[in-house]
Write a new protein. Structure first.
Length: 298
């Protein structure tokens, strides 16, 4: 492997690990500092979006505003931001607060299976054998993750499943809806505007100007992890890594995100997992690897 590719692997892993750090930080801020999640989502989207747009402007100039010349593309950008990024972020934060960073992140990884089902229903695109197996594996993994070792009904958390699945829907929208916009206007401007606009919508809908959190140095560190490390640094590191090693390899390496989220949650926040829950995590993560390897061999 060339030095260029080795750096790409390291950057991709860095991005995925920092996403895991961000998830654990959200759990810390919500459960240990009583932070208002609606305020945190709004602050994260507006701050990260604004900084990303400023970076894109310095890099590409006024061309980043070309997307607003088209009413159709502007509407597409709003859909991407509100029903993709904002929906994904808020529901992800809610599931973290309820179940912890590890389980919430793994449930997000049901998104590829949702995309497969959506393409079948919407466009009649029949899934491959690997995709069919992945959907079945994801379903079985979810059942294992949401139950305990004896599958007792009392252990089943319908609220966790609801917010987790809704988070996966947001990721699916985030992945499918902006493909043409990204190809036309570039990744960084579209993601920046998507975050910023969705942050403004969140501010209008939630109307939560106060965090209500207990502020100390660790609260500041948690916010720094969520906004800067877990959004700006992680996103750019992952994109640069994928550019060097390709999307397929990048998607495989990104599977370390739920592992890192689960690890940080266990190490610092005392999250616990049953054996069956760990098996369910492995099943869901495996679906991403199976789909990526199948695409590589096509």
């Amino acid at each position: 492997m060339k030095r260029y590719e080795i750096i790409g692997v390291l950057l991709t892993l860095l991005g995925a690990v920092l996403w895991g750090v961000s998830g654990a930080s959200v759990q810390f801020l919500s459960n240990y500092r009583d932070m208002n999640l609606e305020w945190l989502v709004t602050m994260r989207l507006i701050t990260a979006g604004l900084l990303t747009v400023i970076y894109a402007w310095f890099k590409y100039g006024n061309s980043i505003f070309h997307v607003f010349r088209s009413l159709k593309d502007t509407a597409g950008l709003i859909v991407f931001g509100v029903f993709g990024m904002a929906l994904c972020q808020y529901t992800y934060f809610k599931s973290i607060a309820l179940a912890g960073a590890g389980i919430a992140t793994v449930l997000q990884y049901l998104a590829p299976s949702m995309i497969i089902v959506y393409l079948l229903v919407r466009y009649g695109k029949h899934p491959s054998k690997g995709e069919i197996f992945s959907v079945i594996l994801a379903l079985a993994g979810t059942i294992c993750l949401m139950g305990n070792d004896d599958f007792s009904f009392e252990s089943f958390r319908s609220d966790v499943l609801f917010w987790g699945l809704l988070s996966a829907v947001g990721v699916a929208v985030y992945s499918v809806s902006p493909v043409r916009l990204l190809a036309t206007y570039g990744t960084i401007p579209i993601v920046g505007f998507g975050m910023f606009l969705s942050g403004l919508v969140s501010a209008i809908l939630f109307q939560q100007p106060y965090s209500y959190a207990t502020w100390d140095v660790w609260t500041v560190v948690g916010c720094f992890n969520v906004v800067f490390l877990g959004t700006i640094v992680s996103f750019n590191a992952y994109l640069e890594g994928v550019k060097r090693i390709g999307a397929v390899s990048g998607s495989i390496l990104s599977s370390i995100e739920p592992i890192s989220a689960a690890f940080f949650g266990w190490a610092f926040l005392d999250n616990q997992f049953s054996v069956l829950g760990l098996v369910g995590m492995a099943m869901i993560i495996a679906t991403v690897i199976i789909i990526a390897l199948e695409k590589r061999n096509q």
